[in-house]
Write a protein that binds this ligand. Sequence first.
Ligand SMILES: *Cc1c(COP(=O)(O)O)cnc(C)c1O
Length: 425
Amino acid sequence: MNKFTIDFAQELDLNDSLKKFRDRFEFNDPNLIYLDGNSLGALPKTTPDHLQNVIQKEWGERLIRSWNEGWYNRSQKIAKKIAHLIGAKAEEVIIADSTSVNLFKLAYGVLKLQEGKTKIVSDELNFPSDIYLLQGLIDLFGNKHQLSLAKSKDDLTISLSELQSLINPDTALVALSHVVFKSAYMHDMKAVTQLAHRNNALMLWDLSHSVGAVPIYLNDCNVDVAIGCTYKYLNGGPGSTAFLYVRKDLQEKIQQPIWGWFGENNPFEFGLKYKSAKGIRKYLAGTPPLLSLSAMEPALDIMLEAGIHNLRKKSINQIDYFIELFDQELKPIGYQLGTPRDAKHRGSHISLKHKEAYRICKSLIDPNIQDKVIIPDFREPDNIRLGITPLYTSYLEIFEAVRQLKTIAKDELYKKFDQEKDKVT
Ligand SMILES: *Cc1c(COP(=O)(O)O)cnc(C)c1O
């Protein structure tokens, strides 16, 4: 059968063993193609009832008694499910705060432990917020450190040799995104971690764009510390609480800077001298946002049921399919692939580059341009970023998206829009 037909896409969907999972999510608009699950995951159908119970029963009826009836340990209980997804032990993961705050806490702890070493290494494809936090920490430590950013030769990838040239025995911390937010380049976690360790540097991985998208093996790679986001592929809901990981043997050594009562050894003694909790709880600061924390659980259950290896397999197939369509339909008309072709080196989103990327994104989203509303996001300066979330993305949607991308560029439909950017892109 010809690969570039709607029949072929439908055939792929028919043979997809994960297709039943799409039905677990709240998609009510048949004309919507949502390709932004890497930015904000979709709503599971079970989440509203689950939250309703937390609100009506746990909060409304049980009131403060709920702290002893499940709230106090909820962060650890849910963290156990995340531990499964990232190849860590349950006692190495906890849910707390936002990704940004967790990066601050753990990077602070590493720099403090490594006092005397003055180099921090990251790369120029990292998420700017992560870089800002490192800059802020350097300021906080009295400007003794130097931040070096590994350069990308092609704007898509970071080579191991480039990192090798920067990481040396003076390096305290290597902090990288496992999958980078624009090009979806995926670092070799094991090789980079080993490189850091050979220089006695500690390794921090930001898993925001990889957790729930690719299998992760923190223990197997001997990773020191990690952080990650739960509202992207984990479908935890807008602003849902983030997670952090500290390898068991480092938990005694790595301090965190926010000495709040939830990280205290015995908060309900109300003593006046802080003594940090033992184990992973010491990385908590204050009361967790229970509603947002609870909302994460139904979504994680769906993901665990589907299985991260099955999801990865489908994601690779879907992106390979996308790239085949791209080569045939989009490359000849001015689009460039902004994502590595080799599945080993990419996560689960795709960037397309085009000089009219911003206006093309606007055209995809506008209901009056074509029959489907397609939601991607735009990333400066010229990226159309499309999230492939195998829990709910279908092959037919990928086919439709390529078809619309083609028409919009070929017929210059984007010219109906101006260049002025929205606040959130
Ligand atoms: C999404 C994302 C974050 C989000 O941080 P917040 O504190 O939740 O705003 C951080 N780092 C990376 C790499 C991300 O992709």
